[in-house]
Design a protein around this ligand. Structure first.
Ligand SMILES: Cc1cc2nc3c(=O)[nH]c(=O)nc-3n(C[C@H](O)[C@H](O)[C@H](O)COP(=O)(O)O)c2cc1C
Ligand code: SF4
Length: 651
């Protein structure tokens, strides 16, 4: 028994199966499928989390019917060719004492006919707010076909030696669409009253119960609160949960909240509070006897233990926390929880990649989703131990130093500032972005366990390199503000966003931000200045401000905060000239110029340039010289860390 986290590490029964602990790796899309079948990447990925100690793994959704193609790489679980992949996955998870459930789903109207050129199926002719496509209102024959699909897939999971199934009835699912008055407008016995709206979900669960029998667990994932006017509330969901429990159709209830009106609440970013959905689990737990799972920004053992101790839930889902650190559970169990690489809910490597139809990864953990390629547990020590000089103590430099040292090289890291972290120290200063500094905390605590010599306040010069005679130099000196292309940018009231973050005073009260990047830099500065009670406008050449926030689930909340704080957004416009107290802008759609008057300060959020001078000075001074991260080409942080990792693994 782990005395520090006794609840987290106590076994629990889910119907016929017993889990060794309360830590769940819940369902999430990975895009690892190949030809719509599970791939070896799934096996490595889930196996790694089971090896890391998770008590229960729930796979990504397994589609039950050909009408359900919500995205390209969905697994067609109605095809019996999934079974060999299932067997590989389940064998790997069972090897480490974990249990594994398959999540079964039909996404209903939350999809696009672009994939199949067949009409979507839904309870009624109501479009989803994200896909905006009218589905065919299902007739009774369609419903029977879907039930048969669920049963067929359940049979495949039995043959694939799963321990049971979880039915997705939460944010993206046909079942919730039938339950919700928002999407179910039927006038037959499947619509209208609560009993009628529950009829189809209950038929599915009843049929599944029959197929899965006594030896396989069956649970359901419910959206505990749709969080939208006219949708299902927590009180409604209590009735749903109690109904399913009374009918003995479920062995557990997993939770989330929201739907596609507010997808940002499904994978809440760092702008959403820790444990933001726990209230939904706690509410449902009040009315059922079966175990209830909490999910949503549970990313530290103490927080997880508290949820269990307080009786808010019986199990905790930790999705991104275990994407980021597959050993979350074992580190906690072994009293090494300080070593957990804590997820910062940036969404940049996970949700943003899958949303762009790429494979899932993690900003902080380059091996996530690539466990098979990077052979996480059979690290090849370097044959020739080399003297490695890493220049720059930002995320790229720290990552390369760590990996090179793990492989046995003699590594010295030079940072010209008195502190590690590079630009993270600046960007974590703005409101709601503080969690970014955990990246440096995480990397530093990993590096401190390795024989890396860290020299702070040391500027690397060609002379220093000549004296040290390293075998390998890795230049990770980052990026800096590039000279502005704008007329009038050389005036004293025009600042770069780096200068603002570094604490330079922003003159006056009326600030215009010119955002060329379209990610968090511009919006963060806008919020920071608004908090300082300045009147802030942000200008973008795009159709809307900060389009890249869409990928990280931050756009809606940014808009809400911006409107609350009176931040003005000027779109479709470029700057002609910056005057002493005015800025002339040009709308490239209507072709008209406009003068913004009484501007006291202008903040430029322009694309940076690589800090590459040193690289060119010392290139050729060692047998191997690399440059990585922003010093190579300024991009997002996940690229810097990934490149650091890859170079560290290759030298
Ligand atoms: C990239 C990504 C994809 C997800 N896809 C699904 C999904 O297909 N089905 C599901 O039930 N939940 C899905 N989720 C939600 C997670 O199961 C979990 O509830 C959510 O990430 C919040 O937990 P966390 O803060 O521990 O990450 C997804 C989450 C992420 C990050
Ligand atoms: S990419 Fe960011 S949010 Fe996603 S798992 Fe990694 S640290 Fe967490």
């Amino acid at each position: 028994m782990n005395t520090e986290f006794p609840h987290l590490f106590s076994p629990i029964r889910l119907g016929p199966i017993t889990l060794k602990n309360r830590i769940v790796f819940p369902a999430h899309l990975t895009n690892f499928a190949e030809n719509h079948l599970p791939s070896d990447r799934h096996t490595y990925y889930y196996g790694e989390r089971a090896r890391g100690g998770a008590g229960l793994i729930i796979t990504e959704e397994q589609s039950v019917h050909p009408t359900d193609v919500a995205y390209e790489k969905l697994i067609d679980a109605f095809d019996s060719r999934v079974i060999p992949g299932y067997l590989r996955m389940t064998t790997e998870v069972h090897k480490f004492g974990g249990k594994i459930l398959a999540q079964l789903n039909h996404n209903g109207q939350q999809g696009s006919s672009a994939f199949t050129r067949r009409a979507l199926w839904g309870p009624s002719s109501v479009p989803d707010p994200l896909f905006r496509e009218i589905p065919k209102a299902m007739d009774k024959a369609d419903m029977q076909e879907v039930i048969r699909g669920f049963c067929l897939v359940a049979e495949h999971t039995i043959k694939g030696r799963f321990d049971g199934c979880e039915v997705q009835s939460s944010h993206s699912s046909l079942l919730r669409q039938f339950m919700s008055p928002l999407t179910n407008k039927r006038t037959d016995e499947y619509g209208g009253s609560f009993t009628n709206r529950m009829r189809f979900p209950i038929e599915i669960m009843t049929a599944l119960r029959r197929v899965l029998g006594k030896h396989h667990a069956l649970g359901i994932r419910l959206s505990g609160d749709e969080l939208v006017d006219g949708g299902l509330t927590l009180d409604d969901m209590k009735k749903v949960a109690a109904n399913l429990d009374e009918l003995h159709l479920i062995d557990f209830i997993n939770t989330s909240t929201a739907n596609f009106h507010n997808l940002f609440m499904v994978e809440g970013s760092m702008h959403v509070p820790l444990g933001y959905n726990t209230y939904a689990a706690a509410g449902l737990k009040e009315v059922v006897g079966v175990p209830v799972f909490a999910a949503g920004r549970i990313n530290a053992p103490a927080q997880a233990e508290r949820i269990l101790t307080n009786g808010q839930a019986d199990l905790v889902c930790i999705a991104r926390g275990q994407i980021c650190d597959a050993e979350f559970a074992n580190k906690t169990l072994e009293g090494r929880h300080q070593e957990i690489r804590q997820c910062i809910a940036c969404n940049q490597g996970c949700a943003a990649r899958t949303g762009l139809n790429r494979d899932l990864g993690c900003l902080q953990n380059p091996t996530s989703g690539r466990e098979g390629i990077f052979k996480t547990h059979s690290l090849q020590k370097a044959e020739n131990v080399k003297k490695v000089m890493v220049v720059g103590g930002g995320p790229a430099g720290l990552e390369v130093a760590k990996e090179a040292a793990r492989r046995g090289h003699r590594v010295t890291l030079y940072e010209r500032a008195e502190k590690l972290g590079g630009q993270i120290n600046l960007l974590a200063r703005v409101p709601n972005r503080e969690e970014f500094s955990d990246v440096i905390r995480n990397q530093t605590q990993e590096i401190e366990q390795l024989p890396v010599s860290i020299l702070l306040g040391v500027e690397v010069t060609p002379g220093l390199v000549e004296g040290e005679r390293p075998d390998v130099i890795v230049v990770a000196t980052g990026s800096e503000a590039a000279p502005s292309y704008l007329a009038g940018a050389d005036q004293s009231h025009v600042l770069t966003f780096y200068e603002v973050l570094a604490g330079r005073e922003v003159p006056g009260d009326n600030v215009l931000i010119i955002d060329d990047i379209g990610f968090h830099q511009g919006t963060s500065i806008a919020e920071y200045l608004a908090y300082l009670n300045k009147k802030v406008s942000i200008l973008s050449a795009g159709l809307y401000v900060a389009p890249d926030l869409m990928t990280t689930m931050d756009i809606q909340l940014w808009y809400r905060r911006a409107l609350d704080q009176g931040i003005e957004m000027i779109t479709n416009s470029i700057v002609r000239t910056i005057g002493s107290d005015s800025v002339t802008i040009f709308n490239h759609y209507n072709g008209q110029e406009r003068v913004l008057n009484d501007i006291t300060a202008v903040v430029l959020v322009g694309h940076p340039k690589p800090r590459e001078e040193l690289y060119y000075q010392i290139k050729g001074m060692a047998p191997e010289v690399y440059r990585i991260g922003d010093c190579l080409a300024p991009r997002k942080m996940e690229h810097a860390i990934y490149e650091g990792f890859k170079v560290g693994r290759s030298i």
